[in-house]
Design a protein around this ligand. Structure first.
Ligand code: KIV
Ligand code: NA
Length: 263
């Protein structure tokens, strides 16, 4: 019962159907996720889990375009969102030039940019120029150095008010949906009720209009630590290690390849 998503269907799903988004960075996994997930996000989280960097800040637009083309090739029916990397939307004109490059060079349906009231003018310029924009407020990983770390948001009354203002500003600027990351769940509920576009949560409780998870987190491939908001749906790391150990042992005792696996 998979239905290919578009902007209208995503907006109409509010109060109707919960949206499932998952990240993907390559054709192999996007093929597995397509026709299941409503949206596939080529997140700049790939800079950490794929490129091994300490944070998302050094991801480049060309890198995001490369991965988005791989994801779109594996999942031609998926609604694919390209995460605009740090420094690629510093003012209206540069943001539009870069977003136009994304539309010219990939089949991404939309782009995602981090920021609330502070970036609403940029989102507005993009949406007025026919770019579909997904917002991202709350804990914003691209602000890690300027904020001095990753902090759960919405713990004070002022912060709660700021987050609601951010959501409303992003909606007014023309975004079709907003990721809300790392926010106290009671505040995420208020944000969800404050806007008429879907709120996709991550670390924001079950009160939002949908959820997003990083594929390598939810499939258990990242073993170093498990954030509280992640659920492991597969013991990926354990299964892979067991399989590779078995392969090595089969090589060592010459049971691989067998007669049937020979030419
Ligand atoms: O980069 C990413 O994977 C993201 C999601 C966690 C929302 O931005
Ligand atoms: Na991101």
């Amino acid at each position: 019962d998979f239905e290919k998503m578009n902007i209208t269907k995503i907006k109409n799903s509010k109060n109707n159907k919960k949206l499932t988004m998952i990240t993907a960075y390559d054709a192999l996994f996007s093929k597995l996720f397509s026709e299941i997930a409503d949206m596939i996000l080529v997140g700049d989280s790939l800079n950490m889990s794929f490129a091994g960097k300490p944070d998302t800040l050094s991801a480049t637009l060309d890198q995001m375009i490369y991965h988005t083309n791989a994801v779109c090739a594996g999942a031609p029916k998926a609604f694919v969102v390209l995460d605009m990397p740090f420094g690629s939307y510093i003012n209206e004109n540069q943001a539009l030039e870069n977003a136009a490059k994304v539309y010219a060079q990939t089949n991404a349906a939309a782009i995602k940019i981090e920021g609330g009231e502070d970036r609403a003018h940029i989102i507005e310029h993009l949406t007025k120029n026919s770019i579909a924009v997904m917002g991202h407020i709350g804990l914003m990983p691209q602000y890690v150095r300027s904020e001095g770390g990753y902090k759960v948001r919405g713990k004070s009354k002022e912060d709660e008010e700021q987050l609601i203002k951010d959501a409303i500003a992003v909606e007014k600027a023309g975004a079709f949906c907003i990721v809300v990351e790392g926010v106290m769940s009671d505040v995420a509920k208020k944000i969800t009720e404050a806007v008429s576009i879907p709120i996709i949560g991550i670390g924001a409780g079950n009160v939002t209009d949908g959820q997003v998870l990083v594929w390598s987190d939810m499939l258990g491939f990242f073993e170093d630590f498990k954030p509280k908001f992640v659920r492991h749906y597969l013991n990926g790391a354990k299964l892979v290690k067991e399989a590779v150990n078995q392969y090595r042992s089969d090589v060592q005792d010459s049971s691989f390849p067998s007669k049937e696996e020979e030419y």
